[in-house]
Design a protein around this ligand. Structure first.
Ligand code: FVH
Length: 267
């Protein structure tokens, strides 16, 4: 099974290096050739163009900056009968559109739940959906990179999970940024000690992701929003990151509705 990899940014380079260490020898292409040449020195085959790189490939893996770049790069390629795995972050609709644009190819979409240094380590997970046969045929090299979870034949499903999981992460990052701003604005706080407490507190609260009852009504939480806004004002910290969530909680309380996720669904 010959593998071609298009896009040797931080993620692509980490993946190709992991394959090289495991004994695979992919063909690689990158817009800036120096990155491909560096990997050629480690055992990969550098191709001069993307078209040349895909010629002999059974599996073409794409990991580029964004979906528009993937669309442009793939447009010039003959992908007939090839397996194509797109690891670039995309919307579910964009993932499905690639499969529709190249009906002769067999598309698998991947959502990478890992940073580049995590590739090839036990914490890494890659979610896949789309062509089952492509997933099964290449299961060995895919499992070298990360735990490989196949989510079904809809090419948009891995992307749905990817974006939803990352959305949860960004919400958490927003809360962390606000918390750290408060203690930094106060001054005199041991930030390492506080950081440890914040990790333990957030970890204890993650049961909410499973819909476990937090035993805290939306009315009680909404009633206490002015305390959070007041504390932020006292400290000279902007509440801009929390404001949209506070607004949603107020709306939920006004409507007697605890299901805040339900309030976000339009139509
Ligand atoms: N890095 C991460 O932590 C995340 C983890 C989860 C998945 N993402 C997604 O992976 C995609 C690539 O991310 P990346 O970190 O590898 O990104 P860069 O290091 O910035 O590399 C970008 C590559 O795209 C090439 N490129 C950019 N513009 C063009 C273009 N117009 N034509 C052809 N190639 C292009 C770029 O080439 P060069 O700048 O080296 O010439 C790199 O190969 C991304 O969707 C993440 O969301 C990573």
């Amino acid at each position: 099974m010959s593998i071609t990899f298009l896009g040797l940014g931080n993620m692509g380079t980490a993946i190709v290096r992991t394959w090289l260490k495991a004994g695979y020898a992919p063909t690689v292409w990158n817009r800036t050739p120096a990155k491909a040449e560096a990997l050629a020195a480690e055992g990969a085959t550098a191709a001069p163009t993307a078209a040349a790189a895909v010629e002999a490939a059974d599996l073409v893996v794409v990991c580029l900056l964004d979906d528009a770049t993937v669309t442009r790069v793939l447009a010039d390629l003959d992908l007939a009968s090839k397996g194509v795995l797109n690891l670039t972050t995309s919307t579910p609709g964009q993932a499905r559109a690639h499969a529709e644009r190249h009906p002769g190819a067999r598309f698998l979409d991947g959502g990478v739940m890992a940073t580049p240094p995590m590739i090839g380590t036990p914490g890494a997970v890659i979610l896949y959906s789309g062509d089952r046969d492509v997933f099964d045929r290449h299961a060995d090299p895919l499992r070298v990179l990360a735990a490989a979870d196949y989510l079904g034949d809809d090419p948009g499903h891995a992307s749905l999970y990817d974006i939803a999981l990352l959305s949860g992460m960004y919400g958490m990052f927003a809360g962390v940024a606000h918390a750290l701003a408060m203690v930094r604005a106060q001054g005199g706080v041991d930030l390492d000690e506080f950081g440890g407490r914040l990790v333990r507190w957030i970890t204890a609260m993650t049961a909410v992701a499973r819909n476990d009852d937090p035993a805290a009504t939306i009315e009680m939480q909404a009633a206490n929003i002015p305390t959070f806004e007041g504390a932020s004002r006292e400290l000279g910290v902007s509440s801009e990151l929390l404001a949209p969530y506070f607004e949603l909680m107020r709306r939920g309380a006004a409507q007697g509705q605890d299901d805040l996720a339900g309030l976000l669904i339009r139509g």
